[in-house]
Design a protein around this ligand. Structure first.
Ligand SMILES: [Mn+2]
Length: 460
């Protein structure tokens, strides 16, 4: 278009529009008329194309073009068999890929669930079944507990709790009671408290919380490790003595009493003026504190601790069978008289085949074997009872826990409160600033636990 043409046309416009004179504005106005109706403005999105779209429109004239992307320059699609083309189409479909992703996630979930959850449970179950197999017992030459026991000087193996301290076998609320008798209003309670470790304030707070009252028939049983580590070991012993509490010996009582015996023997030979000291290098800070405590204990305090047996047999409680207290644990199936006292004060795990207990943490927890043993025993007893039903029909004893045993213990602060069917672990790490726990058994074998918070006296 030459300038004169454009001038004429612009002038024509100007005439029709009537007002505008600026030539630059005229040329702007001219643009729509020169390009015409075909280029009406379209939204930007209409110009956006993806590869798939582009390829499809390129091949739209060709009826043989498959409805899936093919790379230009490759003619393999025409020579491929139909099934392969179909397969390729399926694989490249977005819906198929989504499905694959979902399927892979599903398969991974199943796999992780199997490996992480079911497999360990199944392995433990098989180990426990093997542990209680008579064949295994014969192969390893008998289980632990049939050997001779070490007899430890100054240690009582087993004591029985006075049966008058036990709660009523049946629930007190079921029966009308003597209203005059104050002590029978609430019913007797047995209160078991886990490792106190010298935390006297916390023990007092706990007894306060549960309104502990000896005169109302409450009796306190301490599960060992009442002393050492914490702030007031002697105070705890005095409190326990004043409450006429029962106890079992923990590894810490055992150690302190051993030091005390050594100190006394040393004094007998060398005179009271030369104190018994182990070489500095041979003593850990913990032993040093234990030796100090051993020196500080009064004769009364020491003899009360000496009187704590390795095992306390509480008696028969409805629904719990025979209730027994031991500081660390018991080997299932071994008579209480035959339990190794050192293991009773220290065990955590147990060997699957030989049932030899160990203080180590790795391996099968003794509580697992104990609970499995009792579960199997319960099934056996039920079968026996069912076969004997005609003879025992008039027996109204409906407690199916007769012949079974429940252990109340402490010692395992790392696992903390650990209440299972036949094992009740009460060490909830009070001295490490966690909780002090009481397990309360009342009439009819009802049991419940109560906790108080503790100050932190030691690092775990
Ligand atoms: Mn302990």
């Amino acid at each position: 278009m030459d300038p004169t043409d454009s001038e004429k046309e612009a002038n024509g416009h100007n005439r029709r529009a009537g007002h505008y004179n600026s030539s630059s504005f005229r040329s702007l106005l001219a643009t729509p008329t020169t390009t015409g109706a075909a280029s009406r403005p379209r939204p930007l999105i209409a110009y956006v194309r993806n590869n798939w779209d582009a390829r499809r429109s390129n091949g739209s004239n060709n009826a043989a073009t498959p409805p899936f992307p093919t790379s230009p320059g490759h003619s393999y699609h025409s020579s491929e068999p139909r099934w392969l083309r179909t397969a390729r189409a399926v694989v490249s479909a977005p819906r198929f890929r989504r499905f694959v992703v979902i399927y892979v996630i599903f398969a991974l979930t199943i796999l992780i669930g199997w490996q992480g959850i079911y497999k360990p449970v199944a392995e433990e179950r098989n180990a426990l079944i093997k542990a209680l197999d008579r064949g295994t017992k014969a192969r390893v030459g008998g289980w632990f507990g049939t050997n001779n026991l070490p007899r430890l000087e100054g240690l009582v193996q087993l004591r029985m709790l006075d049966s008058s301290l036990l709660p009523e076998y049946d629930d007190a609320e079921d029966k009308p009671r003597d209203k005059d008798s104050k002590s029978s209003r609430r019913g007797r309670r047995l209160v078991f408290v886990g490792d106190v470790h010298g935390c006297k304030d916390e023990l007092e707070a706990l007894l306060d919380t549960i309104s502990f009252d000896r005169n109302a028939g409450d009796h306190l049983v301490l599960t060992g490790d009442m002393i050492a580590k914490g702030p007031d070991s002697r105070g705890v012993v005095d409190l326990a003595r004043s409450l006429h509490a029962s106890c079992v010996r923990g590894n810490h009582e055992d150690r302190v009493l051993l030091f005390r015996r050594q100190q006394q023997q040393h004094a007998k030979i060398h005179g009271a003026d030369s104190p018994y000291e182990l070489p500095e290098k041979a003593v850990t800070p913990q032993d040093k504190a234990a030796q100090q405590l051993a020196r500080e204990l009064s004769d009364e305090q020491a003899s009360w601790l000496e009187g704590c047996p390795a095992i306390l047999r509480v008696g028969s409680i409805k629904g719990m069978g025979e209730v027994v207290v031991a500081h660390a644990g018991l080997v299932p199936g071994v008579a209480l008289e035959h339990q190794d006292p050192v293991s009773v004060m220290t065990m955590r795990s147990i060997d699957v085949e030989t049932h030899v207990p160990s203080a180590k943490e790795d391996g099968l927890a003794w509580t697992k074997l104990f609970n499995k043993y009792m579960t199997v025993r319960k099934a056996d007893l039920e079968e026996l009872r069912a076969n004997d039903e005609t003879a025992q029909d008039n027996d109204d004893n409906d407690d199916d826990s007769v012949g079974l045993m429940t252990v109340i213990y402490g010692h395992d602060a790392r696992k903390g409160l650990n209440l299972q069917r036949y094992t009740k672990g009460l060490d909830s790490g009070c001295v490490y600033g966690r909780k002090l726990t009481a397990l309360i058994i009342s009439d009819g074998g009802k049991h419940d636990h109560v906790q108080v918070s503790c100050k932190r006296y030691q690092k775990a």
